[in-house]
Design a protein around this ligand. Structure first.
Ligand code: HEC
Length: 103
């Protein structure tokens, strides 16, 4: 009985520590569909920019200069052609994880 309890605890811990990045990217996708889809292609396909030159998320993900840090700093500031969403750190992390998951 004791051993079984211990095993169950271990399993629960494993589940709880499952990749935070995977959870982040899932909530990031929800945020992207809510806030970013108006301008960006936020799905995996197609990889093209929209007609007015807004880069798609998959295209952003594969750009050589794109890193978690570069996305985070981009999303921390306002941009001329992009609204300043005043994203929280958690929202930035989720969106960054989602964009990078499209690689
Ligand atoms: C009103 C339209 C609009 C919305 C909404 C929008 N964007 Fe953008 N975004 C742009 C444009 C346009 C660019 C291209 C850069 C520029 O010209 O300023 C851009 C560029 C970017 C870039 C940099 C691309 C690169 O080449 O490095 C990132 C990252 C990005 N957007 C993320 C987001 C995220 C995340 C959201 C949702 C929270 C979002 N955008 C919502 C219009 C928008």
């Amino acid at each position: 009985m004791e051993a079984r309890m211990r095993m169950m605890m271990a399993m629960t811990l494993t589940l709880l520590s499952l990749p935070a990045a995977a959870q982040d990217s899932r909530s990031g996708r929800v945020l992207a569909e809510r806030w970013c889809m108006a301008c960006h292609v936020v799905e995996r396909e197609p990889r093209s920019a929209t007609a007015d030159g807004v880069p798609s998320f998959p295209a952003i993900a594969v750009k050589p200069g794109t890193t978690a840090a570069s996305l985070d700093s981009y999303l921390s500031t306002g941009h001329t052609r992009m609204p300043d969403f005043q994203l929280s750190r958690g929202e930035r992390n989720a969106l960054t994880a989602y964009i990078l998951s499209l690689r």
